[in-house]
Design a protein around this ligand. Structure first.
Ligand code: ADP
Length: 495
């Protein structure tokens, strides 16, 4: 509620929203948080790019009749922009999809699947999206309280709002929240970005929000201009201010805004990730009846061509990038294969893809690798594995450990960022904890955590008690949505 006692009106701008477009956790968040906010009484809409791969029929996407076409300013011209609309499933959250100039009629969100690299016109693509989104919001004339911008692809929005729309009848008083989902992806481009965005080049000077080592850094602009900033876990909020390993050069900027920076842990969408109802897994199960999990395990091994396993089945579902701690797995893979079966699904860096494909050939009975993005297999891995490994170098929040907890698939994590905030270490004395944690970033520490897990796995009653403890945790979006509601209210009060 606003101080005036009416429903808060929020618009989210992001490059991803599940189920329309998802490359990682950002998509999950923008697909789920608006629904949870709606349950708290907010009115929410979402704006995303209209990528060429989005299935129009599956998602019931229609031209937005009241404003099917707008013109988005870009680089001194305007671009004809088609507006489509749909609904987030099971909600009254309207999703607006923007396309034009040929910027989004493609198969990839960030990377071109053909080259595995960002599109060469990445900068223009997202500037176009930001300008189009603001133009649409202005033309919709729907009153708004907070414009919630997510990650670098929307980093210029708070600045554009203040510099371009300060007299706009709809947008002039709107407040902004900028959420950092991953501080390592900052959107750093040549100075020319300002011309494309329609921001006066005079704002580009050392020390300005628009200047970053001779370039323009979209994330920096978002941090500097937003009314408030959030990131996706309290531990990560502290890490990005204190350590260049985490803040990736933005520590100083973030520290300056420490009073306006908040950490709110993500939730899991239990409408999508719930072993009791999940239609993508071979058998449903619950804390009270775990029998379905054994079926999921058997079928997963079969699906991947692995024999029935004695030891634990350990899952990994991940973007294959250095952040995710894959070099630790690389260094320890033979030890892991001795203790259990490793099942890995991911795509990303070619070196990792190559390595994990080779290792599956070397240990055909103990390691299975699937390269690609496969949502249904991701669900089957969550359900069919005994343990889930996330040895991340850093992890802003992480969602797979939350899904793992719900699926009784015990997470083994490096205690960083959101992993530290959501997984409690097993304590054999009090018989408490929901997973296994390690701290120092090296394969020996990771293996020690895996060995502790395997030891407990052999003690069936204790292991099953741990599974039930994990499954009974509540990481639904509701608590996080309440925290966002408080933050929005605070932003409005600071008007
Ligand atoms: P990040 O956003 O850094 O990739 P998160 O743990 O926050 O990491 O979110 C990752 C999300 O993407 C999860 O929902 C996970 O299941 C999904 N995911 C990652 N890689 C794949 C893949 N190859 N196939 C299917 N889903 C994937």
């Amino acid at each position: 509620m606003t101080p005036q006692g009416r429903a808060l009106r929020i618009a989210m701008v992001a490059a991803e929203a599940f189920p329309f477009a998802k490359a990682g956790g950002l998509g999950d968040v923008v697909g789920a948080l608006p629904k949870a906010l709606e349950r708290q009484g907010a009115r929410v809409m979402v704006l995303i790019p209209d990528y060429g791969f989005i299935d129009r029929r599956d998602h019931h996407i229609q031209p937005y009749a009241p404003a099917p076409v707008i013109r988005a300013p870009l680089g001194g011209h305007t671009v004809q922009t088609e507006i489509h609309a749909a609904w987030l499933p099971h909600s009254r959250v309207q999703v607006f999809l923007l396309r034009g100039g040929g910027y989004f009629d493609r198969d990839g969100i960030y990377d071109d699947p053909a080259t595995r690299k960002g599109y060469p016109d990445e900068m223009q693509r997202f500037i176009f999206f930001m300008r189009g989104a603001l133009q649409l919001l202005s033309e919709l004339r729907a009153p708004l309280d907070v414009l919630h911008c997510h990650d670098a692809q929307t980093g210029l929005v708070p600045a554009l709002l203040r510099r371009q729309y300060w007299e706009d009848p709809t947008l002039s008083g709107v407040r902004t929240l900028f959420t950092i989902h991953n501080a390592a992806y900052q959107g750093i481009y040549p100075r020319d970005a300002l011309r494309w965005a329609g921001i006066d080049d005079g704002f580009f000077y050392p020390g300005s929000p628009f200047e970053y080592w001779g370039k323009v850094n979209f994330m920096k602009v978002g941090i500097e201009y937003a009314d408030m900033i959030s990131t996706v876990s309290p531990t990560y909020a502290a890490e990005i201010q204190s350590d260049p390993e985490y803040g990736a050069g933005l520590e100083g900027v973030l520290r300056r805004r420490a009073g306006d920076l908040f950490g709110i842990v993500n939730g899991a969408d239990y409408e999508v990730w719930n072993p009791e109802t999940d239609p993508l897994i071979p058998a449903n199960y619950s804390q009270d009846d775990l029998s379905g999990k054994a079926i999921c395990r058997r079928e997963l091994l079969q699906r991947l061509g692995l024999p029935a396993a004695e030891g634990p089945v350990i899952g990994v579902v991940s973007r294959l990038v250095a952040q995710k701690g894959l070099d630790l797995i690389e260094q320890a893979v033979s030890q892991i294969a001795e203790l259990g079966v490793l099942v890995l699904l991911g795509e990303g860096d070619l070196n990792y893809q190559q390595f994990f494909k080779q290792i599956a050939l070397k240990y055909p009975q103990r390691v299975a690798t699937r390269i690609g993005f496969d949502n249904s297999l991701a669900h089957s891995i969550e359900a069919g594995c005994d343990m889930f490994l996330m040895p991340s170098k850093y992890e802003p929040c992480g969602l797979n450990q939350l899904y793992s907890l719900r699926y009784g698939t015990i997470p083994i994590v490096r205690a960083t960022g959101g992993l530290a905030d959501t997984v409690a270490d097993y304590d054999p004395v009090s018989n408490t904890g929901t997973g296994f944690r390690f701290y120092a970033y090296n394969p020996g520490e990771m293996m020690y955590a895996i060995r502790r897990a395997v030891e407990l796995y052999r003690d069936r009653p204790r292991w099953q008690a741990m599974m039930r403890r994990a499954m009974s945790q509540n990481w639904s979006w509701d608590a996080s949505a309440r925290a966002y509601m408080q933050l929005y209210a605070r932003i409005c009060e600071s008007r």
